[in-house]
Ligand binder design. Structure first.
Ligand code: NDP
Ligand code: 2IT
Length: 452
């Protein structure tokens, strides 16, 4: 049989045609396929089996109506989705996002990325993602609870411990996971580890809350070790002020780095003195408990300023960590970062950097860690939560911290193995390494299954 081997541009034309108006999904497929095409050029088995084309077509997408009643007794109607992208190496696994910007395209890109990320962890997890355009901001506790219950009343029939195991993402933290889990248990009558990111009282794993942010800093530490550069004193600019951003900041401060910025959808704070553990504790209470706005930081600490609609990317720094959302860093921001002599950009968020911006960083030899590698610590500890639930045990915090550090070292090692560039002064192409290593495991499993 002759291998059908389209060139990259023809392949992408097909992806665009089949997914009209789904820019985020097309962007994610472009970013991965670009690297994979080079690598599989002489590997005919992948072409013959149309592996990449099959990976870029979700196994299924469930879309549903979510009705709920607000506190003023108005009937509200939102959309819910679960995108089950690929379960070649394990049950579908990936978070739920509640945010007004959620569309099918956003969830398809996230589920596609998750497939490669979960493969990189080395744990048996396929890729999925779900969520709703529901906006939890400004809603009462009772409204959030009613929404979560209504969402789960449809979702429960599509998930299961060996089928699909959702978790949190933007707008879904331990409060929402509690309401979702309570409703699953109520409908099915079963206690099982069908969601991760649960609180410790009912099966949640130690270190899951911190794992994404801490893991991204472990990844950064491994990158810096590779170029003999100390973490101590590094100036870091962070976007976002949610779960990932604040736990990245916590680990950075712990390791002696200087965190200069945080942001939310209203704007950005810049504290030239840097955050310390006390200031960070104040922000955690503000954002994670009081659900306040980051602008309040500048009212509380006189060393800081707040810029409405501002972003951190023009602040002079050694390290940038985008930890808010997709496409935060475009060409202009990447140029400004490169011109300021940035050493490394580590993605806590999923796809925060556009394709053109990545090219600018690559050319400027900025070390660039893509989200699917750098933020994989969260889903990795979710995988460990699944194992603990299946065994009906709870491991100690210290053991999980060590396991997280080891997992991130392994992921870094895979990126180096496949991302080493001959004749390029030792510059590691981390996205290429992550894409190839993530692809290979899933692709080989799919080859073993034949045409299914
Ligand atoms: P949170 O909801 O806890 O925090 C999100 C933060 O990003 C908030 O500060 C929010 O601001 C800001 N933000 C969200 N959307 C926008 C937007 N459109 N424009 C500007 N700011 C925005 O989410 P997480 O910290 O959990 O997630 C952050 C990123 O990390 C996402 O890309 C997510 O996919 C990724 N991620 C999360 C993992 C996890 O375990 N939670 C694992 C791996 C990746 P505001 O308060 O104004 O809404
Ligand atoms: O993007 C991600 O990896 C997550 N939101 C975490 C997914 C999970 O299942 O823990």
């Amino acid at each position: 049989m002759s291998a059908s081997c389209p060139d990259f541009d023809t392949f992408m034309e097909g992806v665009k045609k089949r997914n009209p108006g789904q820019d985020e999904f097309v962007q994610a497929v472009h970013e991965v396929s670009h690297d994979i095409f080079d690598w599989i050029e002489d590997k005919h088995e992948y072409h013959e089996a149309e592996i990449l084309r099959r990976m870029a077509e979700p196994d299924r997408i469930v879309s549903f109506r979510v009705c709920w009643e607000d506190d003023d007794h108005n009937i509200r109607v939102e959309r819910g989705w679960r995108v089950q992208n690929n379960n070649a190496i394990g049950p579908y696994k990936g978070g739920l996002r509640f945010h007004p910007s959620v569309t099918e395209s956003v969830l398809k890109f996230l589920a596609f990325e998750q497939t490669f990320k979960n493969s990189l962890t080395g744990l048996p997890m396929g890729g999925g993602k779900g969520g709703s355009n529901f906006n939890p901001k400004g809603k009462s506790e009772a409204e959030v609870m009613r929404f979560c219950q209504s969402f789960m009343t449809e979702l429960y029939r599509h998930i299961g411990t060996d089928v699909d195991v959702p978790a949190g993402d933007i707008g879904v933290g331990s409060r929402e996971i509690g309401y979702l889990f309570g409703q699953y248990k109520r409908i099915t009558g079963r206690w099982e580890g069908v969601l991760t990111g649960k609180a410790s009282e009912y099966g949640g794993s130690a270190v899951r809350v911190e794992a994404t942010g801490y893991g991204a800093v472990h990844f950064l530490q491994n990158m810096l070790d590779g170029i003999d550069r100390d973490m101590e004193g590094q100036k870091v600019i962070i976007s976002g002020s949610g779960n990932v951003a604040l736990h990245a900041a916590e680990k950075l401060i712990d390791l002696g780095a200087k965190v200069l910025t945080l942001s939310d959808s209203d704007g950005c704070i810049h504290d030239p003195d840097g955050l310390d553990a006390d200031k960070l504790q104040w922000v955690k209470e503000l954002k994670l408990e009081r659900r306040g706005r980051i602008s309040e930081y500048a009212d509380k600490f006189s060393s800081a300023s707040f810029t409405e609609d501002g972003k951190p990317w023009d602040v002079d720094a050694d390290i940038a960590m985008p930890c808010a959302t997709q496409n935060e860093i475009g060409e202009e921001e990447a140029k400004s970062l490169a011109d300021n002599g940035l050493c490394a950009l580590v993605e806590g968020a999923n796809m925060p950097t556009t394709v053109d911006a990545v090219e600018i960083l690559r050319e400027a030899k900025v070390l660039y860690a893509p989200g699917k590698a750098a933020n994989a610590g969260g889903v990795a500890v979710s995988g460990l939560e699944m194992s603990q639930n299946a065994e009906r045990v709870s491991w100690e915090r210290g053991k999980l911290e060590d396991m997280l550090a080891d997992l991130m070292r392994d992921i870094h090692g895979k990126c180096v193995e496949y991302g080493q560039q001959d004749g390029k002064d030792g510059y590691i192409d981390y996205p290429k390494g992550a894409n190839i290593a993530g692809f290979k495991k899933v692709a080989d499993a799919m080859l073993a299954f034949g045409v299914v």
